[in-house]
Design a protein around this ligand. Structure first.
Ligand SMILES: CCCCCCCCCCCCCC(=O)SCCNC(=O)CCNC(=O)[C@H](O)C(C)(C)COP(=O)(O)OP(=O)(O)OC[C@H]1O[C@@H](n2cnc3c(N)ncnc32)[C@H](O)[C@@H]1OP(=O)(O)O
Length: 162
């Protein structure tokens, strides 16, 4: 894949803590896809620090969960819920430094489930944190019947996937 094949993905949930562009307290992540992988450039703000000048591990886990979720939604065109995820922290991540996050589907376990991987790399290209998660995939009708979100939001979101 060449650089020019990366396409920005439109946001769909303005208040999401991780990707909501109108959430002033959130991470405001944005995403691009090349059809096989997703990536996101992010500089984590000072308010998300834990120990001293390091990004809090819970925030790193949120970033990874969000990347895996967008990857699962975009590449399967289904609604998802994170069933479980493992995170490994390999190298401390500093606040206010540029990061690249990426994600891909490792295994389509079944029509209903996918195993997804995400990683966070620093400017030097070193892997700082990585995750593997199991995602349950739902049709719009199934997601609707679970009462996870109101009908109008559901339809708007489904339209944004395709
Ligand atoms: C372009 C992209 C746009 C992106 C926009 C992004 C917006 C923001 C994104 C932010 C994202 C942030 C992400 C987050 O933070 S998601 C929030 C955190 N996660 C949760 O809240 C999940 C809570 N857990 C559960 O609800 C259940 O444990 C789940 C559903 C995960 C598994 O459940 P269960 O323990 O039962 O699992 P099983 O393995 O025994 O599976 C059993 C079977 O049943 C099927 N099943 C289960 N439930 C339903 C159901 N209700 N209707 C129909 N089918 C259902 C299931 O597919 C399986 O099918 P099969 O394998 O047998 O065929």
């Amino acid at each position: 894949m060449t650089e020019t094949q990366w396409k920005p993905l439109a946001g769909v949930d303005r208040e999401c803590f991780a990707c909501g562009w109108e959430n002033p307290y959130g991470l405001q992540m944005t995403f691009e896809s090349n059809g096989e992988q997703l990536r996101s450039g992010l500089t984590v703000k000072e308010r998300f620090r834990g120990w001293s000048n390091l990004v809090h591990g819970g925030i790193l886990s949120t970033i990874l969960d969000e990347m895996m979720s967008w990857t699962a939604i975009h590449l399967t065109q289904r609604f998802i819920l994170t069933k479980g995820m493992n995170v490994s922290f390999k190298k401390p991540v500093k606040i206010e430094t540029p990061l690249i996050i990426s994600g891909y589907i490792k295994e389509r376990i079944s029509d209903r489930k996918a195993r997804v991987v995400a990683e966070i790399r620093d400017e030097a290209g070193d892997v700082c944190a990585l995750s593997e998660g199991e995602f349950v995939l739902f049709t719009m009708e199934e997601f609707g019947s679970m009462g996870v979100m109101p009908e109008e939001e559901l339809t708007e979101m489904a339209a944004a996937f395709s």
